[in-house]
Ligand binder design. Sequence first.
Ligand code: ZN
Length: 481
Amino acid sequence: MSVKVMIPTALRSYADGHDTVELEGGNVREVLTKLTDQHPQLKAQLFSDTGDLRNFVNVFVNDENIRDRESSDTSLSDGDEVAIVPAVAGGLDVAVAGAELSKEELERYARHIILPEVGLEGQKKLKAASVLLIGAGGLGSPLGMYLSAAGIGRIGIVEFDVVDYSNLQRQIIHRTDDVGRPKHESAKRTIEAINPYCIVETYNTPLTSDNALDIVSKYDIVIDGTDNFPTRYLVNDACVLLGKPNVYGSIFRFDGQASVFNYQGGPCYRCLYPEPPEPGMVPSCAEGGVLGVLPGIIGVIQAIEGIKVILGNGDSLVGRLLLFDALGMKFREMKIRRDKNCPICGDNPTIKELIDYKEFCGMPSETSEAAKIEPQSPWDISAREVKDLLDSESEIFVLDVRQPNEYEICNLGGNLIPLAELPGRLEEIPRDADIIVHCKMGGRSAKAAHFLKDQGYDKVRNLHGGVGAWAEQVDPSMPKY
Ligand code: ZN
């Protein structure tokens, strides 16, 4: 019994580039097993660990979908054609049939519909599509607004943070009077005001190893707008395990990056960055700052890439890392490839389920509310204790290791020596003094405390949680940034 198996574009790189493979076999399971024996890389794409056909893969026999029947036992006859159709590479067609557009929607999307590259079919694909946004912050703002305006039918938002004044400079989905409200609420309200045809589903929780697969599996595409490494690796791994395209974007100061991961045989985030930087090595936007308009550029690039994936049109950023430098106003791109040795998307993956991402990124895995307030290391001191010490009029040398512009926003009246200048300015710090060192959140000051101990200062303590903790525990009138 000889049958032809058609390999979709998205999976060809796992099948040595073949578009069809001729195989012998009496039923679908036999044929697919032979196929994955010949091309072992396809196995992880098509079958779960328990040997079931992955739920984002459809199998058609002579153009008929056999997914919902006793699929694997469907018998085959000589000359039959078996087509493998993973969800995004055409699987949306099924849903498109139900995605009719009303008169008002036809008017709303008229400028799309007259584009040959979108057309009525494309607009229906957008309506049938679902996109998961990780975060409703800087990147999530333009993403949510433009994707809903463009007619994406269903948008999920994972966000548990609350709107802060320091967000408003770039997170344009939130308004001044949203300060203090949950971001998922204000994001949903803004999107629904832009396009009532868009269904918004919100998840008021951090994305975790426990909930990620469940949440991600409900969407066609994931767009990563996170601001921290544990979540970025978590999003990447969940997308690889579930076979979802992951539209990546990141921003810092004046620089942005974008790419499309885990799509059409291209690389994943781990292929590009196998290991996260050590905690504290790369400052966050909260520490390093970010130009308010920058997430607008990068988020909109992500939105365009997401729409292209849904439409199946254009050259996506798969295999390319786009770099944007706002100060120099330059775009550059780097070629990136799938790494055969990648621990999750490589030929012999070692990561087969979600792991502890905080631990992977070198952070304490449990950060309870208590742990945030209570000092962690023996020389840590809480903001309240510092306040008591300062009030007791004991001689304390308060050392602020932030940057001068941070000092201008708020300070404890201490001596300002930025961390990088510390080694050259030790003579300014009295040897016998009780020293309390602080920064914004406690990371830089912990390094400074270590350094001073190594230099022989033995009465050094680190203000746990930095000026942020001071603002929360001691002086609510102090601006937070
Ligand atoms: Zn990879």
